[in-house]
Design a protein around this ligand. Structure first.
Ligand SMILES: *[C@@H]1O[C@H](CO)[C@@H](O)[C@H](O)[C@H]1NC(C)=O
Ligand SMILES: *[C@@H]1O[C@H](CO)[C@@H](O)[C@H](O)[C@H]1NC(C)=O
Length: 319
C-alpha cells in the first residue's frame, strides 16, 4: 500500500464519525429533566451534569434517567442511597440506605453510613437507634469521650426489640434494652460516618416519625432525614431568576466551565432568563443566527443528518 494514499475500504469510517457528530446535538436536547422516577426534581437538585446547582453534582444524580426504574440517588464515600422524598420548603430530604434496618426487616453486620464532609448535607431531625451493641450501651462512647446514648429514650429500644425483624439479629425478641442505643444527638464521627464497626453495633435504624400509633413500631416511618443548604442560591444570587425559570416550565442549570446560570427550556433551548422571555435573550439561543426560529424537532434534525449522509455517499460514489 502506497504511503499517503488513503485506503478506500476505510473511507466509511470518517464518514461514520461525521454522521455521529451530527447526531451529537440530539442527545443533548432537553438534557435536564424536572423529575426522576416519581420524584419532582427542582433547584438546587438536578438530574445530571449541568442541571440544578453545581454544588450538588455529582453527589445527587438520576440513575437510569428516562426509564421506569430511574431514581434519584445520593452518593457518598460509603455508598449509594436512594432519595425517597424531598421537601423544598424545609430544605430536607429523606434517604433510604439499603442496609438500614426497620421493624419488619433488620440487617445484621451493616456497613457504616456516612456523609462527605465537603458535601452540602448535614444530618436532619430523624432519630438514629443503634441495635445489638455491646452491653451496657450506657457506657458506649466515641474514643473514650462522653456517652453517646440518650438514656431517657430507652422506651424506644423496648419497642424496637419487640419487632419481628429482631429475630434476624442474634438477640432474643423482648431482650433487655441494654444492647440498644438511642443515639441522640447523633453526629458523624471524625470519618464522617455512623461508625457501627467502631462501636461494635450490628445494625441501625433511623426513625422519622411515630405515625398514629406511637407504641407500634411496625407503623413508624423509617428513613434518614438530611438537611441541605441553600448556599447554591446565595452563591449564584439567582434565586428569583431560578424561580421565574421554573415557573415558565424550565429547569435551572449551569453552563460549565464557568457555571453561569442557565434556564434549560424544552427542545434544548437555553436562556439566561426564563423560557417565556426567550425572545429577549437572542444571544443565549441555541441557534443564535435565527433568534425567532423554532429549533427543528428531533425528527427534523434526524432527517437532516440522513440527508447530509446521503449527500456524502453520492459524493464518494462520484469520486
Ligand atoms: C443547555 O444546558 C444544559 C445544562 O447545562 C446542557 O447540558 C446543554 O448541553 C445545554 N444545551 C445547549 C444547546 O447549549
Ligand atoms: C423495611 O426495610 C425493607 C428492606 O429494606 C423495605 O423493603 C421496607 O419497605 C421497609 N419498611 C418500612 C416500613 O420502611
Amino acid at each position: 500500500m502506497a504511503i499517503g494514499r488513503f485506503p478506500s475500504s476505510l473511507l466509511p469510517i470518517p464518514l461514520l464519525s461525521l454522521f455521529f457528530l451530527l447526531l451529537l446535538p440530539l442527545s443533548s436536547l432537553s438534557s435536564c429533566s424536572s423529575s426522576c422516577g416519581s420524584l419532582p426534581v427542582r433547584y438546587p437538585f438536578g438530574t445530571g451534569y449541568g442541571c440544578g446547582s453545581p454544588l450538588f453534582h455529582p453527589s445527587v444524580t438520576c440513575t437510569g434517567e428516562g426509564d421506569e426504574e430511574s431514581r434519584l440517588v445520593l452518593t457518598t464515600h460509603t455508598g449509594i442511597y436512594p432519595i425517597t422524598s424531598i421537601s423544598y420548603s424545609t430544605s430536607t430530604l429523606t434517604i433510604s440506605p439499603p442496609a438500614m434496618s426497620n421493624c419488619s426487616t433488620m440487617f445484621p453486620s451493616t456497613p457504616n453510613f456516612g456523609l462527605d464532609w465537603s458535601g452540602p448535607f448535614q444530618l436532619g431531625p430523624s432519630l438514629f437507634v443503634l441495635l445489638d451493641c455491646p452491653a451496657p450501651t450506657s457506657s458506649l462512647t466515641y474514643k473514650g469521650k462522653s456517652p453517646i446514648c440518650d438514656a431517657t429514650e430507652t422506651h424506644l429500644c423496648a419497642s424496637l426489640y419487640s419487632c419481628p425483624g429482631v429475630l434476624s439479629l442474634d438477640i432474643p425478641i423482648f431482650a433487655p434494652a441494654d444492647t440498644c442505643c438511642v443515639y441522640s444527638p447523633a453526629s458523624l464521627g471524625p470519618k464522617g460516618e455512623l461508625d457501627l464497626q467502631g462501636l461494635r453495633c450490628a445494625a441501625y435504624t433511623s426513625v422519622m416519625s411515630y405515625g398514629d400509633v406511637a407504641t407500634d413500631p411496625l407503623r413508624w416511618r423509617y428513613g434518614v432525614v438530611l438537611k441541605f443548604g441553600q448556599t447554591g442560591f446565595q452563591q449564584y444570587g439567582k434565586a428569583e431568576v431560578c424561580a421565574a425559570c421554573e415557573r415558565s416550565g424550565g429547569v435551572c442549570g449551569y453552563a460549565p466551565p464557568k457555571n453561569y446560570f442557565v434556564c434549560v427550556c424544552g427542545s434544548g433551548v437555553n436562556t439566561s432568563v426564563d423560557c417565556a422571555s426567550q425572545e429577549n435573550a437572542a444571544t443565549e439561543y441555541y441557534l443564535t443566527s435565527s433568534a425567532k426560529t423554532q429549533l427543528p424537532s428531533q425528527g427534523n434534525l434526524f432527517g437532516c443528518s440522513i440527508f447530509v449522509l446521503a449527500l456524502f455517499v453520492v459524493a464518494i460514489k462520484a469520486m
